[in-house]
Design a protein around this ligand. Structure first.
Ligand code: PFF
Length: 454
């Protein structure tokens, strides 16, 4: 649907599913479990939930509002709403963050493709937990294989992006998201019924707040922004394709609930299984790739054909969930180059794809042959992850909150949140209060604390 020369989403369900498609991805199923494992389990989850509720949802409404009002890419949006000011740098920082996330995210997205083919070839059958660990390590350290998958993944993203907004993004999300959800529910059932799974459930539910320090809080906050696709103008860019009658608050709540639910369910698949087969919860980025194949093998040991079907289906759906997220990141950078530099959409998309292939390859190699090359003690993959999730996204979120809470005309904020007074938004005052005071102050305190000033 083209209105005023810009593409639009076709339906309300499409809007929610496309936004949720951006939010739900490797961040929920790959990153959330391993960060939970790294930072001690239940306490991390509680802080994470607090961050989603108090910071994530209001800032998401803020991003939606900026995007729909300006109907422009994220950097252009600030030039329209705050002409002649430096606010455009918030948008530009978001574009850079999107580019960097897409680069390292595509590495992991590529891994999911390897696992799709491994599953199709029945490669998991009969393997022991140790063998799964070894085969992941030799694969991710291989200089060629992960790179080929990463390039393939970025090219798939690219071709969907050049087909346009509605056809590409909406069609994909509508079918695949509900399927993923059902499969995840089935796998939770399998995982929690494995022998010894109760230790994993305890790990997820019994918080030990004595171990919480500023690192845990920063990690939980960063994970909330990463998982909700917040702080880099991604949902702002999507909202620029929203119709005038979309209820921004309700959409933000729907996306937030779906995203959080899937992350928690992913935790309930991974940890019971990890404890059951004796894999350490802090195994890091490899966690889902060494734990899940065990779930398939052990839960369906009496019915190998079921193990086969579920493993193929799971990795296909995981790859699709990753794809709906890479599409959204690619869209942020492509829309920016296309609209701000007047490049054709195709050319802009090629520049993004080419750049991400280059940096993606460096990220991938930093986990294998390039392990020795570090900056601030981190390889390229970890550095990109750290700088984006723990610095750029929360900083972007803080600036978005200040922009909406303090800079933007109150009338504009009111018109967008209430659709010109036609909606009753009970949480209106709370949303504004959080954007004005709570979000900027809370994020600033976490940053200052992390820098060691407190
Ligand atoms: N939210 C996505 C996930 O959880 O996998 C990752 C992501 C997408 C982050 C888009 C940021 C973004 F703008």
């Amino acid at each position: 649907m083209i209105k005023n020369g810009r593409a639009n989403f076709g339906s309300k369900l499409g809007i929610i599913l496309a936004s949720a498609g951006s939010a739900v991805g490797l961040g929920n199923i790959w990153r959330f479990p391993y960060e939970t494992g790294n930072y001690g389990g239940a306490a991390f989850i509680f802080i994470y939930l607090g961050c989603v509720l108090v910071l994530g949802l209001p800032i998401m409404i803020g991003e939606f509002l900026i995007g729909r009002r300006s109907r422009a890419n994220t950097a252009g949006a600030y030039q329209i709403l705050a002409p002649g000011t430096q606010w455009k740098w918030v948008g530009r920082m978001g574009v850079l963050a999107g580019f960097m996330i897409l680069s390292f995210y595509s590495v992991v997205a590529g891994w999911t493709l390897e696992y799709v083919f491994e599953a199709i070839g029945n490669g998991f059958a009969g393997k022991t937990p140790d063998e799964f660990v070894n085969s992941f390590q030799s694969f991710s350290g291989n200089p060629w294989k992960p790179v080929i998958w990463l390039v393939l993944f970025l090219l798939s993203t690219h071709f969907i992006i050049v087909r346009g907004v509605e056809k590409g993004i909406e069609k994909f999300s509508k079918i695949m998201m509900p399927m993923l959800f059902v499969l995840i529910l089935i796998l939770v059932g399998c995982s929690v019924s494995l022998p010894g799974a109760s230790k994993g459930i305890e790990f997820l539910l019994k918080p030990d707040f004595s171990k919480v320090d500023s690192n845990v809080i920063l990690a939980a906050m960063g994970q909330a922004f990463f998982s909700l696709s917040l702080g880099m103008g991604c949902l702002c860019t999507y909202a620029s394709y929203f119709n005038k009658d979309v209820n921004l608050t309700r959409t933000a709540f729907s996306v937030g609930i779906i995203d959080t639910f899937i992350a928690i369910l992913a935790g309930f698949i991974i940890f019971p299984a990890a404890f059951s087969v004796g894999i350490e919860p802090d195994a890091g980025p490899s966690l889902i790739f060494i734990t899940l194949p065990n779930v398939f093998q052990q839960a369906f040991s009496g019915a190998p054909w079921l193990a086969y079907i579920f493993s193929v289906l799971f990795y296909v759906l995981l790859a699709v969930a990753a794809l709906t997220s890479t599409i959204s990141m690619h869209e942020v950078v492509t829309a920016y180059l296309h609209e701000e530099f007047k490049l054709s959409r195709k050319r802009a998309a090629w520049m993004v794809t080419g750049g991400c292939i280059f940096f993606g390859i460096l990220c991938s190699l930093s986990l294998g042959v390039g392990k020795g090359f570090t900056l601030f003690g981190l390889g390229m993959f970890d550095l990109f992850d750290f700088v984006t999730a723990k610095i750029m996204l929360p900083l972007g979120g803080m600036l978005i909150a200040i922009f909406v809470g303090w800079y933007l005309d109150k009338k504009i904020v009111w018109e967008e949140i209430t659709n010109n007074g036609t909606l009753k938004v009970y949480a209106y005052k709370t949303i504004i209060f959080i954007l004005k005071y709570i979000a900027p102050i809370a994020i600033a305190i976490v940053f200052i604390n992390e820098l060691g000033f407190i």
